[in-house]
Write a protein of this length. Structure first.
Length: 159
């Protein structure tokens, strides 16, 4: 069988689902949605948080955070990631937690191949207009460059 058939089979019934999180409401909705899908399909979930260390730019130079601050940021991210994984421990779904450093728009799509995931799930705030232009859209960037299908889950409305 050709590669197209193999690829279509992996997304039609993925055995691994990669879920990106920034720990916000939209990410939590995406994670919860993916857990329900994984339970139905008997799939595993790989919960991944990709973060960039802050860089402060000045006209004549840029300053990157020091080693101590980088360690604190990494440790805080790891703690939050593990807490999110443990929140769903009783779901009956196997969840792995991965932490990576980099730009999530660039780093997440290739992780689907590394994880052998047939599907990526991301949350979206559903911003439009100027907010989207100014903030960019991580979800949109992932959709545009993903090697596998992407499901975008909108954040639940607060009413």
């Amino acid at each position: 069988m050709g590669r197209e058939t193999d690829t279509s089979r992996s997304w039609a019934n993925p055995s691994r689902i990669l879920v990106a999180t920034d720990f916000g409401d939209a990410s939590r909705a995406a994670f919860d949605w993916s857990l329900n899908l994984a339970k139905t399909l008997g799939a595993r979930v790989i919960l991944v948080h990709v973060f960039d260390l802050p860089i402060i730019g000045f006209p004549d130079a840029s300053i990157v955070v020091g080693a101590e601050m980088a360690t604190r940021i990494t440790n805080a991210a790891q703690t939050a990631l593990e807490a999110e994984r443990l929140r769903c421990a009783e779901s009956g779904v196997t969840v792995e937690a991965w932490l990576r450093q980099g730009d999530p728009r660039v780093a997440i799509p290739p992780l689907a191949s590394v994880a052998d995931a047939g599907l990526i799930v991301v949350g979206s705030h559903g911003r439009t207009g100027l907010a989207r232009v100014l903030l960019g859209s991580v979800a949109e960037a992932i959709v545009r460059s993903s090697p596998v299908p992407v499901v975008v889950v909108r954040a639940r409305s607060r009413t």
